[in-house]
Design a protein around this ligand. Structure first.
Ligand code: NHX
Ligand code: ZN
Length: 546
């Protein structure tokens, strides 16, 4: 919460408020109590006692408060130990019928200041706490971020590699540019566009690009901002967002992480009610636009399947655009864009780097380029060579080399046999991806790595490919057993991955004699019973046997 920028004027107001509050409370507290006793010399006290003028005495040892028979109250300080070491004085008081009381806590004149200071501190703390809550959560203090179209600053290049998605949203861009052309024909333009795709694929960039292309303001918010602890806050933020949008005759509202608000209902989380309210407000606002409004709501999510169905109904987010990880061609394009400002050696082959980076997102690739540039600079070379890009790719795929890990001779031998086992099996199986690299230099969490790379992007996997993959995973352990007559814990990750693949073949891919049946994995405590999972115990046993 403190990560936000805090407007200093507001801080001053809150601090001032806390101060006024604490002083007010202190004064109220004081005026409610009896008037403060007057401070008098100790000799006055002794004189009054001797004159039998004292009705009650209260002391904490040296500080003395006393009340005279006429009701007036005084305060004084006794010489150190005067009362404690003077039993006859105390006895004479009691004899006179004086109410004599010893208090444990300090009641001296200094206490007022202490109370004042404590009060101020306490109320400031309360004030600050309130302030934290307030800044984080009261909508009136938050303004949706609006960026004018000419400031959007996203160019054609920034959305390289997502051509299909770009084509799909082009229509909306055209509409925003020329709303009249569409409404005259009577066509209904999508009010809400849902950009669906994994993180780093450029959903936000695409939305901003739309605004820039169409020449309309871009108003953005994140779904997570609408999910708050306090009821009503999220909904009121939504209202604010749309109010801001209506100030422009035409604009794009962008809601990132829509799933934070729009998760399908029926969960029982704490913030459930609040999210429901927020979601309803969003639906109301979206339905509230008229045909002539040229406001388009663009939302991003990485999971369209968990969204509330109400969000996807016609007139709402009824248009889904998939923004996937870039294909080979897209990766090459992205690499080209991001190496434009970087000095490259002539040996750099961006196409082959693109081929070697399957599954990389649009955000991974600039990262890789930057990593390569850093490594060239570190080595004191004037330009990035192919080796730099290669090393950067391996770093992203396999983790950082950890040369500092000290391995014993025996561990190195074990590792070498283990990796060689993977490598031999991979090399011998025709359906496996070609070997890319075998190393016994520790990387990330692994002491050694055998890495394959596909020749082309893979979108589906054959049964023989998966079987080959399982065999390759087993190759490491098998080599240790055959050549070193040992088993080590090192194969744990291999075994986990192989088991996972085998289970998938049986339960999800229909690649076993059990046939093309989906066996939903029993998950969580409440449906761990396999019947709740959608199949019998008998079937569960057969799955395990497979
Ligand atoms: C240990 N680590 O746990 C040591 C420090 C058999 C030569 N005592 O199979 O490094 O034994 O082919 C992701 C990736 C655990 C998660 C690798 C979790 C490895 C890796 C255990 C090589 N290469 N095992 C391999 C390995 C180990 C581990 C992982 C992970 C070893 C093996 C790790
Ligand atoms: Zn292994």
């Amino acid at each position: 919460m403190f990560g936000r920028k805090l407007p200093s004027t507001r801080l001053i107001w809150i601090a001032a408020g806390a101060l006024v509050l604490s002083i007010g409370a202190f004064v109220a507290f004081q005026s409610g109590a009896t008037p403060e006793p007057t401070v008098v010399p100790f000799s006055d006290f002794v004189r009054d006692v001797q004159a039998n003028q004292v009705k009650a005495v209260s002391t904490d040892g040296d500080g003395v408060e006393f009340e005279r028979r006429d009701g007036t109250r005084f305060e004084t300080v006794a010489p150190q130990g005067y009362i404690a070491l003077n039993p006859t004085f105390v006895a004479s008081l009691v004899e006179q019928g004086v109410r004599f009381n010893v208090t444990a806590t300090e009641q001296s004149h200094g206490s007022n200041y202490t109370a004042l200071v404590l009060g101020v501190l306490l109320f400031s703390a309360v004030g600050l706490t309130l302030y934290r809550l307030v800044t984080g959560r009261v909508p009136s203090l938050e303004k949706p971020r609006t960026i004018d179209s000419h400031e959007v600053g996203v160019t054609f290049n920034d959305v390289a590699g997502v051509d299909e998605a770009k084509d799909e949203v082009q229509e909306i861009v055209d509409f925003l540019k020329e709303p009249g052309r569409f409404s005259s024909i009577g066509g209904r333009i999508p009010r809400g566009i849902l950009l669906v795709g994994p993180p780093g694929t450029g959903k936000t960039l695409l939305a901003r690009w739309m605004a820039g292309e169409a020449g309309v303001p871009f108003i953005s918010a994140s779904g997570s901002e609408f999910v708050e602890m306090y009821a009503g806050v999220g909904a009121s933020r939504i209202r604010k967002l749309f109010r801001e949008a209506r100030r422009h005759k035409s604009c794009i509202i962008f809601i990132d992480e829509l799933d934070a608000v729009g998760r399908n209902r029926g969960g029982n989380s704490l913030s459930h009610e609040e999210r429901e309210q927020t979601l309803n407000q969003l639906l109301v606002e979206m339905d509230g636009f008229s045909r002539s409004d040229s406001v388009v709501v663009v939302a991003a999510t990485n999971r369209a399947d968990i969204l509330d169905a109400a969000l996807l109904r016609p007139g709402r987010f009824d248009r889904q655009v998939t923004v996937g990880n870039p294909h080979l061609k897209g990766r090459e394009q992205i690499l080209r864009v991001h190496t434009r400002a970087i000095a490259l050696e002539s040996d750099v082959d961006l196409r082959s780097i693109a081929r070697g980076t399957p599954g990389f997102s649009g955000a991974d690739l600039p990262n890789l380029v930057n990593e390569a540039a850093l490594s060239a600079a570190r080595a004191g070379r004037p330009a990035v060579c192919n080796g730099d890009l290669d090393a950067a790719r391996d770093k992203v795929l396999m983790g950082v080399e950890r040369k500092s890990v000290v391995m014993s001779e025996h561990e190195r031998v074990t590792c070498a046999y283990h990796e060689a086992g993977h490598a031999v099996v991979a090399a011998l199986l025709p359906d496996a991806d070609p070997l890319h690299k075998v190393t016994i230099i520790p990387r990330g969490r692994a002491l050694g790595v055998t890495m394959q790379l596909p020749e082309a992007d893979r979108h589906t996997h054959s049964k023989s490919f998966i079987q080959a993959q399982i065999a390759i995973l087993m190759g490491g352990r098998v080599a240790e057993e055959l050549f070193l007559r040992q088993m080590t814990s090192g194969a744990s990750n291999d075994i986990e991955r192989a088991t996972e693949l085998a289970r998938k073949m049986v339960c999800e891919l229909g690649m076993s004699p059990l046939g093309p049946v989906h066996f939903r994995r029993p998950s969580g405590a409440w449906d761990s019973d396999s019947r709740a999972a959608g199949f019998s115990e008998e079937a569960a046993r057969r799955v395990d046997d497979e």
